[in-house]
Design a protein around this ligand. Structure first.
Ligand SMILES: NC(=O)c1ccc[n+]([C@@H]2O[C@H](COP(=O)([O-])OP(=O)(O)OC[C@H]3O[C@@H](n4cnc5c(N)ncnc54)[C@H](OP(=O)(O)O)[C@@H]3O)[C@@H](O)[C@H]2O)c1
Length: 306
């Protein structure tokens, strides 16, 4: 049974991934920080990983054979408002963690983001030059570089995803669902394109990457890309909600502060070739997102929120 350390286990990706890994027979240790977890089917280790010595202490306690590092200041607006914290957690911490993983020969998957690109000339492959536009994107790119330098065998997964989260409001899909299901009008950006993957599908791909010992940068997103507006409309149709409540607008009309890259289409050929498996398109992900809803999964995920 592989001992797998999942950081950010109280977050959208970390919790769904930790649950999936536990189901696949991994012995999971999940790290939380400000948001506790309760009654989860894996061991929980609360820690502020940005504190000096915290990673060493955690590795001594858990003795992991593999690590999937999901912890981050992952909200673009929060990163923009607190650049020092974003730099410490998103840029410095991954480098420290990667050094220790390399020293002890521990397999590492580091989670990065599509937001390392400026979105001017997508679709992007793994060899295209990043040019981040926000504090978040810059700090995540620095984190990637620190990981690659300290631990060349690490897999760096650039992701974008949605799903059911412990807070009930972390993902864009929950934003559309929560508002549309209560009759609220929302904005949908027509000029921001992305390739979101259902978080449960992303978790499966990350575990495959772990099993295949992938190393280097990989784009782990849906093979189908669409605007945020089109994603909202597709979600509304899947749930039988009123798509007319979504107003198609430019991101420039919003009050968001952090600069968004417009065209974040990422190529996934490298991943598909390495795993002999193409990542899913949008319809199947949204259908599974709906089936999870019907099966009571959102309530289950929220019940873990301590
Ligand atoms: N959501 C997306 O669509 C998206 C897109 C691209 C990339 N990503 C990347 O995917 C990863 C996961 O994102 P997410 O959306 O799941 O994030 P999230 O829901 O905001 O969760 C972030 C996690 O990081 C933990 N954390 C933050 N600071 C910490 C610290 N100092 N010490 C220990 N843990 C700390 C949080 O713990 P507490 O909550 O307990 O404080 C939480 O578990 C991140 O690397 C993010 O950059 C996300």
């Amino acid at each position: 049974m592989t001992r797998l350390l999942v950081t950010g286990a109280s977050g959208l990706l970390g919790l769904n991934l930790a649950l999936e890994a536990a189901q696949h027979g991994y012995q999971v240790a999940g790290v939380t920080h400000l948001n506790p977890l309760r009654d989860v089917p894996f061991a929980v280790y609360p820690a502020d990983l940005a504190q000096p010595g915290a990673i060493e202490a955690l590795f001594n306690d858990v003795r992991p054979e593999a690590v999937i590092h999901c912890a981050a200041v992952a909200n673009l607006e929060a990163a923009e408002a607190n650049p020092e914290l974003a730099w410490s957690v998103n840029a410095e911490l991954p480098g420290q963690l990667a050094q220790i993983a390399h020293r002890y020969g521990i397999q590492l998957i580091h989670i990065s983001t599509d937001a390392v690109f400026d979105g001017v000339a997508g679709p992007y492959s793994e060899t295209d030059l990043p040019n981040p536009q926000s504090v978040y994107g810059r700090s995540k790119l620095a984190g990637e570089q620190a990981v690659a330098n300290a631990c060349p065998d690490a897999m760096i997964a650039r992701v974008n995803f949605y799903g059911w989260s412990p807070s009930g409001k972390r993902s864009l899909a929950e934003f559309f669902f929560n508002n549309l299901s209560t009759g609220q009008k929302v904005m949908g950006f027509t000029d921001v394109t992305f390739c979101p993957l259902l978080v449960n599908e992303l978790a499966s791909f990350l575990l495959l990457g772990l099993k295949q010992k992938l190393a280097g940068v990989y784009h782990v997103v849906s093979r189908e890309c669409l605007s945020k507006y089109a994603f909202g409309v597709a979600l509304a149709r899947q749930f039988g909600l009123d798509e007319a409540l979504i107003r198609p607008v430019s991101v420039l009309e919003s009050s968001l502060v952090a600069r968004r890259s417009p065209d974040l289409r990422l190529k996934t050929d490298k991943l598909a070739q390495a795993l002999h498996l193409a990542p899913p398109a949008q319809a199947s992900g949204l259908q599974r997102f709906y089936e999870l809803y019907q099966s009571g999964y959102p309530q289950k995920i929220r019940s873990y929120h301590g």
